[in-house]
Design a protein around this ligand. Structure first.
Ligand code: 13P
Length: 255
């Protein structure tokens, strides 16, 4: 019903040539195919073209994602990238609302909602991130916090094909800290996200939307997350920067 997804967020790592080497390594690792698992890599914007070329040349079984987008089509927005530019370069996914963008660059749920709409208008699949801070987790209000983010981030979206909208639950306290949420922690929130999606979009659409877990996911802990009913894969940071380890995570999802 829902294909699993393993997505690698390279964040601000890898120069152009390093990104090409990593993509080539991953293409080699995954040359045998990825079964029903959708694999996605998200290099920095300036590396997208290089990775797109590797995917084409090697017929690599993974898709290309950007890490950010602006919602306008064109114009005087220095430093930004428009959805049609991503489309033209071969990006079929785009991460939006990552906590690092929310925290360091002041992105709001309203911005993220506009970005989702702009991407979907171009047929690019948003991977929309949500997740609570340690403070919120310790206050015990994490479920309602994330549910509120989901409601705002999806406001007014029309999802014709549920495979084309992806959510990533990334508790901020687990990102890059080596401190993972437990699989039960992930299920608690991913289950609440699914319930919210049912309320907003109805059973059928909600059943087709992938909800990923992210936050110190790695080859040794991924299997535990994937066992959970509402966890459909992972958005991987640090562990996506090594082709062999990331490919191992894909293989775990194929099992
Ligand atoms: P880490 O896997 O490095 O914790 O990063 C997770 C993340 O933020 C992916 O978007």
């Amino acid at each position: 019903m829902r294909n699993r997804m393993i997505a690698g967020n390279w964040k601000m790592n890898k120069t152009f040539s390093e990104a090409v080497v990593l993509a080539e390594g991953l293409a080699k690792e995954l040359a045998g195919g990825t079964g029903d698992v959708d694999v996605v890599v998200a290099p920095p914007t300036v590396d997208l073209k290089g990775v797109a070329e590797v995917i084409e040349k090697e017929e690599a079984p993974f898709a290309l994602s950007a890490q950010n987008v602006y919602w306008e089509e064109a114009g005087a927005y220095t430093g930004e990238t428009a959805p049609n530019m991503l489309e033209a370069i071969g990006a079929t996914y785009c991460i939006i609302g990552h906590s690092e963008r929310r925290d360091y660059f002041g992105e709001t749920d309203e911005d993220i909602n506009k970005k989702a709409k702009a991407l979907m208008a171009h047929g690019i699949v948003p991977i929309s991130c949500c997740g609570e801070s340690l403070e919120i987790r310790e206050a015990g209000t994490h479920v309602e916090f994330v549910v509120d983010q989901i409601k705002k981030d999806t406001a007014g979206l029309e999802i014709a094909d549920p495979a084309k909208y992806v959510i990533a639950y990334e508790p901020i306290w687990a990102i890059g800290t080596g401190k993972t949420a437990t699989a039960d922690d992930a299920q608690e929130v991913c289950g609440a996200i699914r319930k919210t999606l049912v309320e907003i979009f109805g059973e059928e659409t909600a059943a087709g939307i992938r909800v990923l877990y992210g936050g110190s996911a790695n080859p040794s802990n991924i299997a535990g997350f994937l066992e959970k009913e509402d966890v459909d894969g992972a958005l991987v940071g640090g562990a996506s920067l090594k082709a062999d380890g990331f490919a191992d995570m894909v293989r775990s999802a194929m099992a």
